[in-house]
Design a binder for this molecule. Structure first.
Ligand SMILES: [Mg+2]
Length: 255
């Protein structure tokens, strides 16, 4: 077994980060990553096969390319960025190596380096979307200030096109949630929209439940209810490195 950070230290760390207030995304209040969870993402054939499998299933649901010179009704897909399109396992590996928790400064520095890889399968999926005539919206809780670095990192993997939307979190505007941004896309108005266009949203891809519209959101129109949405219109990727699950307890502790 690898050495593990003492539980009491993790609890104290989690409490301190919680009291420090919300940081962008679920990366906030995350303990120091352990080696195996990062290694699974970086080294296991299973992780890469799993993400490619999910993206292949997602690609199979896309509309057929429009024919006869007609571009048809506009449709789009929405993807999260981190651990959905961009692979930040090198950042997580650095944190694990140095034993440091997540913090804004190290995260911003990492984003600025533009060294995140591409999650296996995403390049082929985006290629399929564009070949079929679909639009792409990237919805991320990365800070608005990272816009250019994020766009450059996506472009380095051939993931970015000028017509894409990049809908980021605005600093000090916690009300500008992913749900708000999805609504803007669906209604064709706002900063996160193709103005005047209400695209049919055919697929959502993400690594956290917050990447998928709730049943009462406009973007959910036409979505099968509940679990049935996953694998048909919602496509969930694994993330063993971080997420709300880290601090969530779903079962009572044994007596
Ligand atoms: Mg993510």
């Amino acid at each position: 077994m690898p050495p593990r950070t003492p539980t009491t230290l993790l609890r104290a760390l989690s409490l301190v980060l919680t009291l420090a207030g919300p940081l962008p995304g679920v990366l906030a209040a995350q303990p120091v990553p352990q080696g195996l969870q990062v290694k699974y993402v970086r080294d296991s054939e299973e992780y890469a096969t799993l993400t490619r499998q999910i993206y292949r299933v997602a690609a199979a649901t896309l509309p057929a390319p429009a024919r006869g010179g007609s571009d048809g009704a506009p449709w789009a897909v929405a993807l999260d960025v981190d651990e959905t399109a961009l692979d930040n396992s090198a950042y997580e590996l650095e944190r694990a190596t140095y034993g440091i928790p997540f913090n804004d400064a190290s995260w911003t520095a990492w984003v600025g380096r533009g060294e995140a890889g591409a999650v296996p399968g995403v390049v082929e999926f985006i290629r399929s979307v564009r070949a079929a005539g679909g639009r792409v919206a990237w919805i991320s809780n990365r800070d608005e200030r990272t816009r250019e670095a994020t766009r450059a990192n996506l472009a380095a993997h051939g993931l970015w096109a000028e017509a894409d939307l990049l809908c980021l979190q605005r600093a000090a505007d916690t009300a500008y949630t992913k749900a708000r941004r999805r609504s803007e896309i669906a209604t064709g108005s706002g900063a996160c929209a193709w103005p005047g266009t209400r695209p049919r949203m055919v697929a959502f891809v993400g690594d956290a439940m917050g990447d998928f519209p709730a049943p009462d959101e406009p973007a959910s129109a036409g979505t099968p209810a509940g679990e049935a949405a996953f694998g048909t219109r919602f496509f969930l990727l694994p993330n063993p490195m971080y997420g709300r699950w880290v601090t969530q307890v779903t079962r009572p502790a044994p007596r």
